[in-house]
Ligand binder design. Structure first.
Ligand code: TYM
Length: 331
């Protein structure tokens, strides 16, 4: 059976981009494949969170995973720091990851630009840790958004390099996956960029947002002056609103507003009202479920414990085999 793995950094509440880019995709696969979904808390250390931050975020992200439909009886849901075997593989992969290729990684370049005062080694080797996450369970498919495409490419490079070095076809080639379709980038509401913390909380729809918060955010979404000629091309902010509609609205609704755009009779206020309504209908059931799951502390502990055991069994096996290949034989 093929293996599927994905993960999210616990840097706050999950948003619509996480859900559409990675989670929903994964939820659909969990019944057909051997599945691992984890909380990437080691990765979150690059930005130096406090111990309280980490604890709270890990717990709420775990609850949000379950509320989104991850089934702890089917998939192995675990916390990365519960599986230190991954750090050992990270070390081995780092020995054959070269400075030039790590420096060329676009997420690294972006982070240097955003935080020139915090260019740490963890940031530089972020792609090798991510490769270790994937290779430790010998994953074949990795449901992710478009922003992770280059990291997946690097995971393939590191896995293949290891295989060549030790003369064995050990790690399979992990593929970024979105049900055979193009990877997606869910846009922010500010007219540019992708939805996520870096574009600001007011441009991001969180799965924990109340109807009032969603309404307010969508109302303030960036638009343009409106089309002046029939069938004119859409500016980025408007195309983004339509892309969000594609996610949450009925096909008829989208056709209706596209026609209005094309004959120049569109009123962006109406478009936003509809988008907010559909977004609320989409997010509300998830938010309500999150509240219910969060309240059941015992169940959260049980899920984390169960996931830890299963993930450690799989990771431990890989590490034993990798040690043998490298030449660390047991005496
Ligand atoms: P992170 O935590 O930034 O995002 C988690 C997942 O959500 C997707 N995503 C989006 N997809 C579409 N549109 C958006 N606006 C959007 N924003 C976020 C991301 O593509 C990702 O799939 N490095 C990873 C976490 C990670 C990981 C892994 C993932 C660590 N190890 C191993 C897969 C496999 C990250 O920072 O994602």
């Amino acid at each position: 059976m093929k293996t599927v793995l994905s993960g999210i950094r616990p840097t706050g509440d999950l948003h619509l981009g996480n859900y559409i880019g990675a989670l929903r995709n994964f939820v659909e696969m969990q019944h057909q494949y051997n599945c691992y979904f984890f909380i990437a808390d080691f990765h979150s250390l690059t930005t130096h969170p406090t111990p309280e931050n980490i604890q709270g975020n890990v717990r709420s992200v775990l609850a949000q995973y379950i509320a989104c439909g991850l089934d702890p009886e089917k998939a192995t849901i675990y916390i990365q720091s519960d599986v230190p075997e991954v750090i050992e593989l990270y070390l081995y992969l780092n020995m054959n990851a070269y400075l030039g290729e790590l420096e060329r990684c676009s997420s690294f370049k972006e982070k240097i630009r955003q935080h020139p005062d915090n260019v740490n080694a963890g940031l530089l080797t972020y792609p090798t840790l991510m490769a270790a996450d994937i290779l430790i369970h010998k994953a074949n498919f990795v449901p992710v958004g478009k922003d992770q495409e280059q990291h997946l490419e690097m995971a393939r490079t590191f896995g293949n390099r290891f295989n060549r070095m030790y003369g064995e076809d050990y790690f399979p080639e992990p593929q970024a996956f979105n049900f055979g379709k193009e990877l997606v980038k869910i846009p922010a509401l500010n007219g540019a960029g992708k939805m996520g913390k870096s574009e600001g909380e007011s441009s991001t729809i969180f799965l924990t947002d109340t109807p009032k918060q969603i309404e307010k955010k969508v109302k303030r979404a960036v638009t343009d002056a409106g089309p002046t000629e029939p069938n004119s091309p859409m500016s980025e902010p408007i195309a983004n609103l339509f892309q969000l509609m594609n996610v949450v609205s009925e096909p008829d609704t989208i056709v209706f507003f596209k026609e209005k755009y094309n004959d120049c009779s569109i009123r962006y206020g109406d478009l936003k009202k509809q988008l907010a309504e559909d977004m609320i209908a989409f997010v509300n059931p998830i938010r309500e479920k999150i509240e219910a799951v969060m309240a059941d502390e015992k169940n959260l502990n049980r899920v984390a414990e169960m996931g830890k055991e299963k993930a450690k069994a799989s990771a431990g096996k890989t590490i034993r085999e990798v040690r043998e290949l490298i030449g660390f034989k047991p005496y």
